[in-house]
Design a protein around this ligand. Structure first.
Ligand code: NIG
Ligand code: FE
Length: 419
């Protein structure tokens, strides 16, 4: 029997109450539902009470002997951070390409000359299940130490069945063996393999006729993602791939308008994607279409930073009513980081978001971007007890004092896993 946990007397407790049914937009993104001197009572992995410390103390004082008390005085308590876009399962690293880019090569040039995604694909193909598991498990440990309790994970470093399957199987095993929850996405449409370069539609047919049906049948993924980009998959090919996924119960996601404007945001709205991600070059029309359909904009300012590009216009998207979420995009080529708090800092400094908005974007809106808004992302009675305690006394300081890992304690599914 796991003991109940009583987190007591946080200087600020960010609840984000009332946000479970839909992602927050516009002004509501700033309504953190803060309780000062706030406490949380957790039992059997679930949040049972949230409120002022004095109120919870009165309610539970007879039971103090049977609980694990976590003193949060002088600290900030938030929902466990949620990372809704990662390429978690991969082998190797690409610091050589980083060096090439610093000397002027571009991301697309490197990819088109056989490096980039193709380089990681070669490494991932030859890695064993055990090697992939070990590397990814260590990354998850680092995520956890940065306060992240749920991570979406995409395949896409195979682009042929065996390796895509290997990545998704490893993601499944990680979900079972690591305390972090993993939410799997199929991304066979991550790049066009070189043997299909002359006939990309043949590869698209292969995805549609063979891989997507198998992924769905084997229940290996919940989402289907595509890299819709000049020189990768066209909007028309992307539409076909995403519609095929829908027919098999896979919810569409899309890497949209990352490097060049390509009407990816518009396509996301048209196909009813749960999220459109990147959006550095999204058009205003596309943003408005996303706002109208409630497509979450998953912004990845770490990728823009690392590729030395201008970030997405997060401010404008929020003002237009797009529900905005934030993510690391953790991957070996365009964003080798696990620090969601650093991404939140970039959200403020590079995208004009406020410290309150970035907290919403990395918790409840991120949860909605992976269809988990009813289970996680806010501190409310009945939700899973995924909670991060930061060593700062107010939420603004989390972004103000940057480049420091402020994570102090992490509670995952009602257990203290980092302290
Ligand atoms: O989200 N843009 C495409 N995919 C990844 C990068 C993957 C890689 O370079 O290995 C992204 O940025
Ligand atoms: Fe990505």
């Amino acid at each position: 029997m796991v003991k109940p946990i009583f987190i007591r007397n946080a200087s600020q407790l960010v609840t984000l109450q009332g946000s479970s049914h839909a992602p927050l937009v516009k002004e509501a993104m700033s309504e953190l539902g803060i309780i000062e001197n706030g406490s949380v009572w957790i039992e059997s992995g679930v949040i049972c009470a949230v409120g002022k410390d004095e109120v919870l103390f009165e309610k539970y004082k007879e039971r103090l002997g049977e609980v694990e008390v976590v003193d949060a005085s002088g600290k900030l308590v938030t929902p466990g951070l949620v990372d809704p876009h990662t390429h978690l399962v991969f082998a190797g690293s690409r610091e050589n390409e980083f060096n090439m880019r610093l000397q002027g090569a571009t991301y697309m040039e490197i990819m088109n000359s056989g490096g980039g995604i193709h380089a990681t694909t070669r490494r991932t193909k030859t890695a064993s299940h055990e090697e992939l598991f070990k590397e990814s498990f260590e990354r998850l440990n680092q995520f956890l130490r940065h306060g992240v309790t749920t991570v979406e994970a995409k395949s896409g470093y195979g682009m042929e069945w065996e390796t895509e399957l290997k990545q998704l199987e490893v993601a499944k095993l990680l979900n079972e063996k690591h305390v972090i929850d993993i939410v799997p996405t199929f991304m066979g449409a991550h790049a066009v393999p070189k043997e299909y370069k002359e006939n990309p539609d043949v590869f698209v047919d292969l995805l549609i006729d063979e891989m997507i049906p198998k992924v769905a049948e084997m229940e290996l993924a919940e989402f289907n993602d595509v890299f819709c980009e000049h020189g990768v998959f066209t909007p028309e090919q992307s539409r076909r791939i995403l519609e095929a996924g829908k027919r098999h119960g896979l919810i569409p996601k899309i890497h949209a308008d990352e490097i060049e404007p390509y009407e990816g945001a518009e396509l996301a709205a048209e196909v009813g994607a749960i999220s459109a991600d990147h959006l550095l070059r999204a058009s205003e029309k596309g943003m408005k279409a996303m706002a109208e359909k409630g497509v979450v904009g998953v912004l990845l300012p770490g990728t823009a930073y690392f590729l030395m590009a201008e970030s997405a216009n997060g401010r404008k998207m929020i003002d237009l009513g797009v529900p905005v979420a934030l993510s690391t995009d953790c991957n070996p080529g365009s964003s080798p980081t696990v620090s969601l708090p650093f991404i939140m800092n970039l959200g403020c400094l590079k995208m004009g978001m406020t410290p309150a908005e970035v907290i919403t974007a990395a918790t409840i809106n991120a949860a909605h971007a992976i269809n988990r808004g009813r289970e996680i992302g806010s501190l409310e009675v009945g939700k899973k007890a995924d909670i991060t305690i930061f060593n700062v006394d107010n939420y603004m300081k989390l972004q103000y004092s940057y480049g420091v890992n402020h994570t102090h304690t992490v509670v995952k599914s009602g257990k203290v896993v980092v302290k």
